[in-house]
Write a protein that binds this ligand. Structure first.
Ligand SMILES: [Zn+2]
Length: 414
């Protein structure tokens, strides 16, 4: 490995970290301008699509015809939080002992630097050989749902291809093939008001809600017992459990692997907000719970809602707050196979994972585009204090993504 490439990757990552693009508010103009100029200086033009002022998306495209490979990364980062908890200022991009520190280093300016470099390296070859199309996209808004970014670009047929790599942090030997979906509902109970000294004359909505929560919990446990995962997903859930377990142990939690696997691989259950009653001396006639459940690939969130409605009928109403489909890319897809080969060529055993949260990958997958999330960094460092990315990880993931892109676009034969 040339030390030149290593230095370029490290410097580019550090430079990107230094450009503050915190979301909210999510203004990524400066970082997008930087990327545009960087590409320009290397002779590549790019287009800007700005659905919301201050949230520009950049797309650079080379080559023509099929197949089209998309390399994607988001330009926004989460806020740094309490600055005093950082060993180095969060926007310093300071390089210490082979690591680049700062907000967004892992999530995901390191990944952006990697795909910028891969694009710049391969674009002239793609143009010359004419064996397909390579798209580089730096998109806004991911940290608040990607609506002004990848979602809008996919909807407008601007970001469409035959396969995609999103360089979010997985670490160089792991790759993410799927994400859980969202099933957020409100349980509402209604009662009859009465004076607090004579509760027997009323009907207490809070007491009903407590019963409803317990029943909902049992209902989800039962639903979970019926879930059968396809074989390639079982491996990914198992690996993901290891990753989350490692993170939990680091922060001092003692969890059993089986309990954690159930949360990762099945429908999770988190009562998030509870409201009800207005005065201590009144029997409450209204109570509600906002319940956050995440459903694994293969499970339809609306089936979960139906099941709950059936179970709680007569006790609580079930209102939908937000649903989104879980998604995954089958291990039989060429892009998955190539990522595996690329990792193996670096001397590691490739490990598929799923993640419990959502990335922009869902918009591409739900559009039918096989998508792998793969990039430098450590999933458990994302959004944390003293976030960093290892330079070694930048180099290895660069090699893998370059290899995959070359193979996918017919630029190498081995
Ligand atoms: Zn991210």
């Amino acid at each position: 490995m040339s030390s030149d490439l290593k230095n370029q990757l490290a410097e580019l990552t550090s430079r990107l970290v230094q450009i503050n693009s915190v979301n909210p508010p999510g203004d990524v103009t400066n970082v997008t301008d930087f990327i545009k100029d960087w590409l320009n200086a290397k002779g590549f033009s790019s287009s800007i699509y700005e659905y919301v002022k201050g949230k520009p998306n950049l797309i650079a495209k080379v080559g023509s015809g099929k197949p089209t490979l998309i390399l994607n990364g988001h330009t926004d980062v989460v806020p740094p939080g309490d600055i005093s908890k950082w060993a180095y200022p969060p926007f310093s991009g300071k390089i210490v002992e082979g690591k680049i520190y700062g907000r967004g280093s892992t999530d995901m300016k390191g990944g952006l630097a990697v795909i910028m470099m891969v694009f710049a390296e391969l674009a002239p070859l793609v143009e010359k050989k004419g064996t397909g199309t390579l798209i580089f996209s730096a998109t806004a808004d991911e940290e608040v749902g990607g609506h002004a970014g990848v979602e809008a670009l996919v909807k407008d047929n601007i970001l469409i291809g035959d396969a995609a790599i999103i360089a979010e942090p997985t670490g160089f030997d792991k790759y993410c093939i799927g994400e859980k979906g969202l099933c957020q509902v409100r349980l509402v109970t209604r009662g009859k008001p009465a004076h607090g000294s004579l509760p027997i004359l009323g009907d207490n909505a809070i007491v009903k809600l407590i019963k409803a929560i317990e029943r909902a919990r049992i209902c989800i446990d039962e639903f979970n017992r019926g879930i059968k995962h396809p074989q390639d997903l079982i491996e990914a859930i198992d690996n993901a459990t290891e990753v989350y377990l490692e993170g939990a142990l680091k922060s001092g939690l003692r969890l059993s692997k089986d309990d954690l696997r159930a949360t990762v691989g099945l429908v999770s259950f988190n009562p998030g907000v509870i409201k009800g009653g207005s005065k201590i001396n009144m029997v409450p006639d209204y109570a509600e719970l906002e319940l956050d459940m995440r459903v694994p690939p293969g499970v339809s969130p609306s089936n979960v809602v139906d099941k709950l409605r059936g179970e709680l009928s007569g006790l609580a109403e079930v209102e939908v707050i937000d649903l989104s489909e879980p998604n995954y890319t089958s291990s039989g897809e060429m892009i998955v196979q190539l990522i595996r080969d690329g990792i193996a060529k670096q001397g590691a055993e490739p490990k598929p994972i799923i993640i419990t949260g959502a990335t922009d990958g869902r918009y591409l997958r739900l559009r039918g585009i096989p998508t792998v999330v793969y990039g430098p960094g450590d999933l458990t460092l994302a959004h944390s204090y003293n976030e960093y990315v290892a330079i070694d990880d930048l180099v290895k993931t660069y090699n893998v993504i370059k290899y995959v892109s070359e193979k996918y676009l017919g630029l190498r034969i081995d």
